[in-house]
Design a binder for this molecule. Structure first.
Ligand SMILES: [Zn+2]
Length: 337
């Protein structure tokens, strides 16, 4: 099969007609290259513990490198050109990122200084016996940590979709109508807290070291950023193992059969086990979001999950009315839809 035919056959092709050999090769290489480069650079920082800020410096530089690379790739080889359009949510996305990350940082600090020892009885875990295999290599411990914590993260995410009081918080994340790296951290801080506590708890209970817990945070940060990017990438077998953008786009579908799937945060193991893995050989939906209306402002989004149903419906009705009026006035954006 010629390269041109291979590109045309791929259901992920955006059909923009701009694909060439370079972009095709990059679409295969981008995800593993960025992920491994960032992991490698962070591991280098962890290997040089003197001065003590080196792990943090290397992690943050890697994170910055990832952000800049993905912002460029989103322009150079986008998955969906329609997602270029401004959605008026950039500042709300950033505000949610800062509040949810801030909450988790505070939690980690409290946990480090008082919580972990109280909870786990020092390094020996909740049961007072050393269950965690601390004698394993760090790499093996991190792989185990990802597998163990993913079980809890899977259920935290799945219950956030299937249990209505939790869904209202998680709906903030799903209310966006386009995916790009700026909405990676768009989580209501309570939604964020819920999954972080559940994800870390088994590691602390089993007596994993803080270094292992931090590495779990590193892996989650890199994969999370990659998962939401609007870059045309191809994965093959990688999508059976990791949570990739092509899988996560299904998760943001408005169709329940497609959206209530692929709950894994980093890996897809538990989706395979509990049969929620979803990946069809066609292009994931462009028209993503939720069926209810979400207020536009960050502060309103923070209180939205606490509102009674009538109040949330009233906000939705007011929004529909404002859209109707703006279409009536000939708003080109709305009229085109
Ligand atoms: Zn979700």
């Amino acid at each position: 099969m010629t390269l041109k035919a291979a590109i045309a056959r791929n259901p992920q092709n955006t059909g923009t007609g701009e694909y060439n050999a370079l972009k095709y090769a990059m679409s295969w290489i981008a995800w593993p290259f960025l992920f491994m480069t960032c992991l490698g650079a962070t591991a280098y920082g962890f290997s040089i513990k003197d001065p003590a800020y080196m792990p943090y410096l290397c992690f943050n530089l890697s994170y910055l490198f990832l952000i800049v690379s993905l912002l460029w790739l989103e322009r150079f080889m986008p998955h969906e050109r329609n997602w270029y359009k401004a959605d008026g949510q950039t500042w709300a996305n950033i505000a949610h990122t800062l509040t949810s990350k801030g909450t988790s940082q505070i939690l980690l600090m409290v946990n480090t200084y008082i919580g972990a020892n109280m909870l786990t009885g020092g390094s020996s875990g909740l049961l007072g016996i050393q269950i965690w295999p601390s004698e394993w290599s760090l790499t093996a411990q991190v792989v185990l940590a990802v597998i163990v914590s993913e079980f809890m993260l899977y259920w935290a995410h799945r219950t956030a979709h299937e249990f209505m009081p939790l869904w209202r918080f998680h709906a903030i994340h799903h209310s966006v109508e386009k995916l790009w790296i700026v909405n990676t951290g768009r989580f209501h801080f309570i939604d964020s807290l819920y999954s972080i506590v559940l994800g870390i708890l088994p590691l602390l209970a089993l007596g994993a070291s803080m270094e292992v817990v931090m590495w779990l945070g590193v892996v989650t940060a890199f994969i999370g950023m990659l998962t939401h990017c609007n870059v045309e990438m191809r994965f093959g077998i990688l999508s059976w193992v990791f949570n990739t953008p092509e899988l996560h786009r299904w998760h943001h579908s408005k169709v329940l059969r497609e959206g209530n799937t692929n709950y894994g945060e980093n890996i897809m193991l538990w989706d395979h086990v509990f049969r929620t893995f979803f990946h069809e050989d066609r292009r994931p939906p462009v028209n993503i979001g939720i069926t209810e209306h979400m207020p536009v402002k960050f502060t309103q989004q923070l209180v939205w999950p606490f509102l009674k149903e009538e109040r949330r419906k009233a906000i939705g009705a007011a929004h529909k009315e404002s859209v109707r009026i703006s279409v009536g006035k000939g708003d080109p954006l709305q009229a085109a839809e």
